[in-house]
Design a protein around this ligand. Structure first.
Ligand SMILES: Nc1nc2c(ncn2[C@@H]2O[C@H](COP(=O)(O)OP(=O)(O)OP(=O)(O)O)[C@@H](O)[C@H]2O)c(=O)[nH]1
Ligand SMILES: [Mg+2]
Length: 198
């Protein structure tokens, strides 16, 4: 119901904002409505990702887990407790399964150091990755910076399970299916409605 309200609101806004300056519109194969008006380039106001749980990317079923063990990705914006969850998952699972972890930070290795300091799993099984400018890109688009260490750890320790935590970035920090077989996305709801709504 919320989504249908949003669409109506959005539509009203478009009509209101764009007036009648000779606008023409068309629909692409994904159902996104494009138009141009007032000398502006062709554009669409429909978001690229629908945001519906039912239309999310599904796991690859044909993947070879001998090449890289089943990988859990923990994503989400800055500070909701991704690394804290990593630690308790390690503590909970480490006696039953062979684990390894890859952490992502922008310019530091603090998440990796946190797990080492708290002896989550043996230090040699933890690889911190420094992603540089765009942490979400390292888990979403260009995942090789994570795939490399994950595959290596998987082979070295014959892991049952790999944990990969995204660097705190923004709400778009979700995992590519190329990288994560199971995705945990964390937000902090204690600051009000804004983040959950977005
Ligand atoms: N009270 C409380 N504090 C928590 C909980 N989870 C995490 N924290 C605290 O919240 C802060 C942020 O937690 P992190 O695990 O570092 O969050 P993060 O998502 O890894 O943060 P970034 O990597 O910087 O994006 C830390 O001070 C944690 O101790 C929780 O469940 N309860
Ligand atoms: Mg963290």
């Amino acid at each position: 119901m919320a989504s249908s309200e949003n669409i109506h609101h959005h539509h009203d806004h478009q009509q209101h904002a764009h007036g009648d300056a000779g606008a023409t519109s068309w629909v692409d194969q994904d159902g996104r409505v494009y138009h141009s008006h007032d000398g502006l380039a062709q554009h669409s106001h429909v978001p690229i990702y629908s945001g519906f749980f039912s239309t999310r990317a599904l796991p690859f079923h044909s993947r070879d887990y001998n090449e890289r063990a089943f990988t859990v990705g923990i994503g989400g914006p800055d500070g909701p407790g991704k690394t804290a969850l990593m630690l308790v998952l390690c503590q909970f699972l480490r006696d039953k399964y062979s684990l390894a972890a890859v952490t992502n930070d922008i310019f530091t290795k603090v998440d990796g150091e946190f797990l080492v300091k708290h002896e989550a799993i043996p230090q040699e099984r933890i690889r911190p990755v420094e992603t540089g400018g765009r942490p979400h890109a390292a888990i979403r688009e260009d995942t090789c910076i994570n795939l490399g260490p994950l595959e290596e750890l998987s082979n070295l320790y014959k892991t049952d399970l790999l944990l990969c935590v995204s660097g705190g970035d923004n709400l778009a920090a979700n995992f590519s299916r190329e990288l994560a077989d199971y995705i945990i996305y964390i937000i902090d709801v204690s600051a009000g409605d804004k983040i959950p709504r977005k």
